[in-house]
Design a protein around this ligand. Structure first.
Ligand code: SF4
Length: 359
């Protein structure tokens, strides 16, 4: 595992007429350092296994690798049960006790989220350096306290705001997530699913954490609210902040993502620029292409078959049983290219064949 963030190192231009001095080289090195800050999050070889009764193991996440740069939104997409929410839980140190992890998940300051102790995670990471928009907001909110009370408590803890400014700050925090001020004095059980989601989003945004992790943030929302919610999340992304959005909603991903990572049967099988993925040339991995083709506004043709159980993954490519391009080469597990910025883990990628036929 590489302990340092990846990234191309700029080489200074050298000509015979103008030899580079030590001062020039230092200046170039300084410029490169300024041009390439460390990723907000660098995930390397992250795997999660659950030990089950009888000695069985569930391979929930296998060898995940990606970087997330400041100012960037990466959408991690895939069907339910592919492992993407387990990956989110691993990044927050919220896995159950029967989980075993491997690899690394480094914040920009070098903190490894997989090995940090609970005290560090609770005091300095969750809410402050990693904000979470949860998958189940109703379960995330405290049931016996109003939304206003929970917003004000989080504001006190993360920003130090005190009365009398607290009430106005709480209403401003609610407004950021389009939570209506008239509902602030309600308890979580008095909220619709959409309002509970917006309350949870408002809480997650308070700390202005460098990394915002949104786990299925649009569940239960109608399309208009989906758009408002993801637009608000996108606004969180700034010069020194990044967003990892985990979703099965490809329309939401297309709306806000800079890059897309597709997960299938515990592995990231494709990473691509969003414009390439949703436009031309389109996804390179057959499963990723099938996901897009299944959308109603595309071919409305579902991917045939079902994904394998994570407790009984097949040898070789886990998509082979559903893939019309499978052949004997696919008995060997395909891996993403070593450069983590883009590529597909496939022996016969689709777009590559299309590009070749056009040439
Ligand atoms: S590796 Fe083979 S089976 Fe797997 S997606 Fe690619 S072509 Fe299909």
């Amino acid at each position: 595992m590489s302990g340092s963030p990846t990234g191309a190192e700029a080489e200074p231009a050298v000509t015979e007429a103008e030899p580079v001095t030590a001062v020039d080289a230092d200046a170039d090195a300084d410029a490169a350092a300024v041009a390439a800050p460390p990723p907000v999050l660098s995930v390397r070889g992250l795997s999660v296994r659950f030990r089950m009764r009888g000695g069985a193991h569930v391979a929930a996440v296998t060898d995940a690798r990606f970087d997330l740069a400041a100012g960037e939104c990466l959408a991690l997409v895939g069907e339910s049960g592919c492992g993407k929410s387990v990956l989110a839980s691993a990044l927050l140190g919220l896995l159950p006790e029967n989980a075993q992890t491997a690899g690394a998940a480094l914040l920009g300051d070098g903190t490894d989220l997989l090995t940090a102790d609970e005290r560090t995670l609770a005091r300095t990471v969750r809410g402050r350096r990693v904000g979470l928009v949860p998958q189940s907001p109703a379960a995330h909110l405290t049931p016996v306290r109003t939304v206003r009370s929970q917003l004000e408590e989080t504001l006190r803890e993360l920003t130090g705001v005190r009365r009398p400014a607290l009430r106005e700050a709480g209403e401003a925090a609610a407004e950021r997530a389009a939570f209506p001020a008239g509902h602030l004095d309600r308890y979580p059980h008095e909220l619709s699913g959409g309002l509970a989601q917006r309350a949870a989003t408002a809480l997650a945004l308070i700390g202005d954490a460098p990394l915002l992790l949104a786990d299925e943030p649009t569940t239960g929302l109608d399309r208009e609210l989906v758009d408002r919610t993801v637009d608000e999340l996108r606004r969180h992304v700034g010069d020194d902040r990044a967003l990892l959005m985990i979703t099965h909603d490809l329309a939401a991903a297309e709306r806000i993502a800079d890059r897309v990572a597709v997960m299938y049967a515990s592995r990231i099988v494709e990473i691509a620029d969003a414009a390439d993925f949703f436009g031309d040339p389109g996804p390179r991995h057959p499963y990723a292409r099938g996901l897009l083709d299944a959308l109603p506004d595309r071919e409305f043709r579902p991917v045939p078959g079902m994904p394998p159980e994570l407790s009984a993954l097949p040898e070789g490519c886990a998509f082979a049983a559903r893939c019309e391009r499978a052949d004997e080469a696919c008995a060997v597990v395909p891996v993403l290219p070593a450069e983590p910025s883009s590529g597909a883990a496939c022996h016969h990628p689709v777009a590559a064949a299309l590009e070749a036929s056009r040439a």
